[in-house]
Design a protein around this ligand. Structure first.
Ligand SMILES: Nc1nc2c(ncn2[C@@H]2O[C@H](COP(=O)(O)OP(=O)(O)OP(=O)(O)O)[C@@H](O)[C@H]2O)c(=O)[nH]1
Length: 229
């Protein structure tokens, strides 16, 4: 992979000029490891003490793809319904990528994935949005509980055109956590290469902007994910 990483979360960027922000929302049942995965990506460490997310937590990390620094902004959302209420509309605004997470030791969290996909669709995030499906807590897997669920998940990912990962936020070297988010950012970048190449950035808070709600039908088909410049 041709991406290199800066050491940890960074949003200050005092020396930074214009920079793209890639907003990725992380969704799934409570306790599947959304916070741990996003923390692991941003800091390289396993978050040993966690509390249920209330509303949403933000984490950011700068990565470099093809010589361009991109700010990957993770929106780690609450899995518990009572902590999502009234915030949900805000989560889904201007999302560029989605990470669906389930826990390999909790079949219900897998069975609930269609509900999370439905919620995304209800907020105008359909299959055109680059997405990943993550089977987390692979470190807890035994040879008996893994294969069937993982194969079903792999199939689901294939059907919906999502990248698929079996990973662990707790795992050692070689786990796939970085790949989940970097690959999404790479997909976004290649999807909208013309946008990267052709657009002058206006200010340092510029991001990959979506204007899907004002597109005509024809534009919608050709330009689901569009930079406003
Ligand atoms: N063994 C193991 N435990 C994990 C892993 N990821 C998360 N956990 C544990 O699972 C529990 C829940 O993790 P969180 O990251 O808080 O889960 P969440 O999906 O963010 O939960 P909500 O904020 O309630 O939606 C914690 O006790 C974590 O330590 C993993 O990969 N392996």
């Amino acid at each position: 992979m041709d991406s290199s990483f800066e050491s940890s979360c960074s949003s200050t960027g005092s020396t930074v000029g214009s920079r793209r922000t890639c907003k990725i929302i992380v969704v799934g049942d409570a306790g599947v490891g959304k916070s741990c995965l996003s923390h692991r990506f941003c800091t390289g460490k396993f978050l040993s003490k966690t509390e249920a997310t209330i509303g949403v937590d933000f984490r950011e990390k700068l990565i470099e793809i093809d010589g361009e620094k991109i700010k990957v902004q993770l929106w780690d959302t609450a899995g518990q319904e009572r902590f999502r209420k009234s915030m949900v509309q805000h989560y889904y605004r201007d999302v560029h990528g989605i990470v669906f997470v389930f826990d390999v030791t909790n079949k219900t969290s897998f069975c609930n994935l269609p509900m999370w996909m439905d919620e995304c669709r209800q907020h105008s995030l359909g299959t055109e949005i680059p997405s990943a499906l993550v089977c987390n807590k692979a470190d807890l897997v035994t040879s008996t509980n893994l294969p069937e669920l993982v194969e079903q998940a792999r199939h689901l990912a294939e059907v919906y055109g999502m990248n698929f990962y079996v990973t662990s936020a707790k795992g050692g070297e070689g786990n796939q956590v970085d790949n989940i988010f970097v690959t999404l950012a790479q997909r976004l970048k290649s999807h909208r290469k013309e946008c990267f190449n052709g657009c002058a950035l206006q200010n340092r808070s510029d991001s990959f902007k979506i204007r899907s709600r004002v597109l005509t039908k024809e534009q919608e088909n050709n330009e689901k994910w569009t930079c406003i410049c």
